[in-house]
Design a binder for this molecule. Structure first.
Ligand code: PHB
Length: 397
């Protein structure tokens, strides 16, 4: 577990300590020091199968702040970090390191849906602003939605639903699904199934393996013997690289059409190489969007990090844009929580993916692109579903 504090100045510490004491004496929570820094707490995976995703999110976030001269709402930004290891069991404790120990103004986290549930609980209990820069856990913008909980990414239901429509419209009838057995995979499959079965398709078998296992042989063998019209999968990060290679090595690439949410091929193409060529996926970002905002974003990202950006970098960048909307509405006074939340909820985010707004449950209402792998790119080939909103079942806001 690592924790990094950048440029923490002694006078700022004294000021914060004084305010904390003042808060304790009055029984009121300590207000943020208006003249101090905005404290951003990254709770992200920096190790394990999702490590690259955490880094891309942080890179994107920092880049937006840099573009604003290092300030949001007129205040400098200070970063705190916790490696959540994609381990749900440690999530409440890790979130409390940022909320209780570091007293951050906002938690930016995380990637893994199971870990997200622990962060949501801590954020709700403490009324801390939470911006989710990836994890799709449907609950966070469903039954567990809250005034302080926002997402810059997607709900698990969304990309699955978009792909369910595409596969049904292609006339596929019998589909097998395969995922890691945890919320992200299960909820993606549920979204896929909802759209696919509404248009007359049938899921003939739902296969899974524990997260983050990458021994896919038994499932691949079973799929080969089931001979479905197509397969829908959810995998991401290091596991996605391995699955795509194993699928091709088993000789199924040209035999059974493979469809997935775009995480299967985002940020992974260099490692997947020939095995990924031609794969089609749905996601809220793609290569070749040709909008000026995206072009500038990609140029800046490549220059800053010597890397091509991916969907995770975009989500991090937009998490910072959402924070900026809240911080500038209160001129940096993050203690005005209700006003911060109101401003973020009403924001139009000028994202590299295309402009989006937030639903009443605070989840992006956004286009889902159909993409096809060509070389090292997930080339956009169309819009699978326009302005898709998660149904936000169970959210009362
Ligand atoms: C999730 O756990 O919600 C998750 C993880 C990685 C992804 C997408 C979703 O790429």
């Amino acid at each position: 577990m690592h924790r990094f504090i950048s440029r923490r100045l002694a006078p700022a510490c004294v000021a914060v300590a004084a305010l904390t004491l003042a808060g304790a004496a009055t029984g009121q929570p300590a207000p943020s020091a208006a003249a101090g820094k905005i404290k951003v707490g990254f709770m992200l995976p920096y190790t394990g199968t999702y490590a690259a995703l955490g880094t891309a999110i942080e890179n994107g976030f920092r880049m937006y702040v840099q573009e604003q001269g290092g300030r949001l709402g007129g205040r400098e930004v200070e970063y705190f970090k916790v490696d959540d290891e994609s381990d749900p069991a440690k999530a409440p404790e890790n979130a409390n390191k940022l909320v209780k120990r570091d007293q951050v103004d906002v938690v930016v986290g995380t990637v893994h849906s199971g870990v997200q549930m622990g962060i949501v609980k801590v954020a709700k209990e403490s009324n801390t602003l939470l911006i989710i820069p990836n994890a799709g856990a449907d609950e966070a913008t469903g039954p567990l939605c809250g005034p302080n909980i926002f997402r810059s990414s997607f709900s698990n239901w969304q990309p699955g639903y978009a792909m369910g429509q595409v596969v049904a419209e292609r006339g596929m009838k019998r589909v097998v699904t395969l995922t890691w057995k945890y919320a992200a995979g299960e909820q993606s499959v549920r979204g896929f199934k909802e759209a696919f079965e509404a248009k007359g398709g049938k899921i003939v078998k739902e296969l899974s393996l524990p997260f983050p296992n990458v021994e896919f042989q038994a499932q691949i063998t079973e799929i080969a013997s089931l001979k479905p019209d197509a397969v829908f999968v959810f995998f991401a990060g290091g596991g996605a690289v391995k699955f795509v290679k194993d699928w091709a090595a088993a000789g199924l690439k040209d035999k059974i059409p493979l469809y997935a949410s775009g995480f299967l091929t985002d940020g992974t193409l260099e490692a997947q190489g020939a095995a990924a060529q031609g794969l089609e996926t749905t996601l809220h970002y793609a290569d070749g969007l040709q909008n000026p905002r995206d072009k500038q974003f990609r140029l800046n990202y490549a220059k800053a990090y010597k890397l091509q950006p991916d969907v995770y970098a975009v989500q991090g960048y937009d998490a910072a844009q959402m924070l900026a909307a809240g911080a500038s509405a209160v001129k940096g006074d993050m203690s005005r929580k209700a006003d911060v939340y109101k401003a973020i909820a009403a924001a139009r985010i000028d994202s590299p993916r295309g402009t989006f707004t937030l639903s009443r449950a605070h989840n992006p209402v956004q286009d889902f692109y159909l993409r096809k792998v060509e070389g090292r790119e997930n080339k956009v080939s169309g819009i699978a579903v326009k302005a898709l909103a998660d149904p936000a079942r169970g959210c009362r806001l």
